[in-house]
Write a protein that binds this ligand. Sequence first.
Ligand code: CU
Length: 462
Amino acid sequence: MISRRQVFLSGAGAFAASAAALLSPRRLMAAARPFTATGNDKGGGYTPVVTPNGSSLPWRMEDGRKTFHLIAEPVVREFAPGMKVNCWGYNGQTPGPTIEAVEGDRVRIYVENRLPEPTSAHWHGVLLPNGMDGVSGLNQKRIEPGETFKYEFTVRQHGTQMYHPHFDEMVQFSMGLMGLLIFHPKHLDRRIDRDFGIFLNEWFIKPGTSTPDPTVMTDFNMFTMNSRVFPGTDPWIVKLGDRVRIRIANISMDSHPIHVHGHAFHWTASDGGPLPKTAWIPETTINVPPGTTRDVEFIADNPGDWAVHCHKVHHTMNQMGHNLPIMTGVDQSGLTEKLNELLPGYMEMGSTGMGDMMDMGRPRNSLLMGSHEGRAAGPFGSIFMGGMFTILKIRENLGSYDEDPGWYDNPAGTVASPIGPPRPVGQSPNPHRQHSSMQRTVPAGEYDVVRLSSCAGPVAGR
Ligand SMILES: [Cu+2]
């Protein structure tokens, strides 16, 4: 059962959020009566969902309906410090605020259109009457700019669903119109201590600009969790021993295999509903295809700072440029000086990889390919990641879930460390390893010799 203190705290937080929302004159006009704290009015005692870098939508009772008010509107979203993006979202946010209700609730949702074009609201994966399904033209008229539509249905299921428009989908998805729709079960069969909601999306924002390009079909350059990129993603803070659920939704053009370090989890549900326990699959990476949600659960039994990220490498980079000349292994000595005579300001591109390329100056409103700033300044140096990356922080002693406990203090003798001073690289006594270029072509017949010497172990031949 949830403690009285937790009820009070979550209620207080939500009240503050709803009070802040009500400060806007438009929202004051929009709500006839004040919206109350989010929470369960039926005494079910569920754990409210935490939407990192976001919030849940307050509701009020109206004619016996749990009533929500969504406002589709342009919003400026900071993806990470130093980069603001002109998006479309709901109630000042992208993703829109998380909507939480309980199985059996009669739900009413007002959708007000403050966008410059029509929209609609589709309740993805929800079992409802046909006329409430929100596909413009098929199930309803478009919601014209300035109009408000009323949706109403009874919640007949529990799980992780989504809401998004079904009008001009290419533009409206690409601009950030989406949100989580969570239905808690009427009868809880297990306690969840920390319940996180994450919405994945991908964008193309040309470096130096601020507005996403919705016409891009494959070559996206920003990959977000709740419309933020690392180091702008809030860490997930968890107590040792907590049962953690992560609900992940995706309406982008690509699948995203989300990997959690240090733990194995179970895949427990999709947007089609809960999996029977006998079908739970242990995994460390859960693929989230477009148009689906995935729930995973685990016991946080391994303290530390654990990486959580999409496993497609370009998806953990910020504004990754493509079609770069690949210079890895190419000897560029003297090249910069020669080229500078012809092209002042020329800089050589990563002879030894690109992990340590410095900030060479960048266009306005853009982020480093992998950031080295803010949360990316890790306890052992830069965390060379961006995009769909965040940190799961598990601690034995935690004052509050709302406080970042700082970096993990590893017990003595449990950190990988060098065994001695570095040996010069590229001067191996093994002739088959002597090379000035990683792109050296092995002569015919020599391959087996190279392979055998490589297999002889790290110490042999040195
Ligand atoms: Cu991805």
